[in-house]
Design a protein around this ligand. Sequence first.
Ligand SMILES: Nc1nc2c(ncn2[C@@H]2O[C@H](COP(=O)(O)OP(=O)(O)O)[C@@H](O)[C@H]2O)c(=O)[nH]1
Ligand SMILES: [Mg+2]
Length: 452
Amino acid sequence: MQIKMYDINNNDTIAAIATPHGVGAIAVIRISGDLSFNIIHRIFKPINNLKKIKSGRISLGFIFINKYILDKVLVNVFKRPKSYTGEDVIEISCHGSIYIQNKILELIMENGARLATRGEFTFRAFKNGKIDLYQVESLLDLFKSETYLEHKLAFNNLIGEGSILIKKLKNKMLYLNSIIDFCIDFSDENSSNFNKKEFIKTLNWIIYKVQELIKSFKIGCLFKKGIALAIIGKPNVGKSTLFNYLLKSERSIVSNKSGTTINYIEDYIYLNGIKYRIIDSAGITNKKPSNLERKGMKKTFENIKKAEIILFVSNKVNISLDKDDLLKKKIIFIINKCDLLKRKIKEPNDSILISAKYGIGIKTLLKKLVKISKRFLESDKKNLITKVRPYEELKRALFNLKEIKTKIKIGIEPELLSLLLRDTNSSLYKILGSISTSDILYNIFDNFCIGK
Ligand SMILES: Nc1nc2c(ncn2[C@@H]2O[C@H](COP(=O)(O)OP(=O)(O)O)[C@@H](O)[C@H]2O)c(=O)[nH]1
Ligand SMILES: [Mg+2]
């Protein structure tokens, strides 16, 4: 039978193995739906026959196939609505053999459940109002988080920090709407009571908050994608050597021949909970470059544009910059090959002396890098937008809000104003989720694995 994905009317009891596939110490099998308790009563017997399984309790007992004991397991019972999905949920922790896991799942299905589709448990939680769509998306971020900051951001959103602000905005919008609707209903007597000053004050507050959220998208993306760090400089100054040193691997070819790095290479490093996408590209030269070198340099300038921070490597003490693109960026000036210096020199004010080959001065460089990055990521980290979907909705809302503001100044029919307000509110509503937008739901829930 083909199951219609994420159908709100589907009330089948669903089951799946919630732990990763393969052999493990233990595995967890989940059941959710009306038949959950029926099924567990048929296949499980608590060790102490007298004790019945109870909600919120863990029971130790046996899974039976007819009279044959398959496994000794722990059964966790969650009665609706106090469960992850809002339905009756059972979780069986069994021994992690593939045979046992599959056999238990088979038994559950023989007794009336069907296999859950990807993210179907979370979909049910969403459907039953346990979690909103904004939180669902942060759950995906939480699974993928690799650094402290990514984790913190995803977790804050998962526990509802972001949703609270959006709900607050939504309520303020509803308040504005109610003022206008009141004017429409009693247009003759009450239109003079319309408090324009109060209306605009609230409207400005909403605009400010929406703008802040939109701005936060850039930072939110940096948390997730990593801060782009381009290593730039003339050929042969040791860019690739530095790249390899930072990655602790020989990723980029190092040679004393100019123009060795043509195509750029990128990889990730993690420092103090911050993710960096570090890019090594072709050297920039004023001397007549070959065709291939010119192509490489073109990529280098593209990378400069994309980068948030530039590591500008030179092996001269006096560095001069001439490209406009570079001047606009945050740059760390590095003088490499300090091991070759005949005599010790004082570190120039704004540059860091290093030897990429021998690892000298790298600690100082990384300290400076982290310091600069922190300035980059400075924000109220509680509410950062990290997904395109809410970002686009917020942009739509902002467009409407600005339209409302200009129109109200020049005078607008209350009916039209009400319409614009409703439209804005619908954008905010969509961020938290609306069951009717099934294509969006499919895109989101299909990213989960089966069992979540
Ligand atoms: N002595 C010394 N040689 C270095 C250092 N860093 C790089 N080199 C050498 O400089 C040459 C060019 O290095 P490479 O990393 O390929 O430079 P790139 O063209 O800027 O990528 C190679 O022979 C490296 O071994 C350093 O810190 N000290
Ligand atoms: Mg190179």
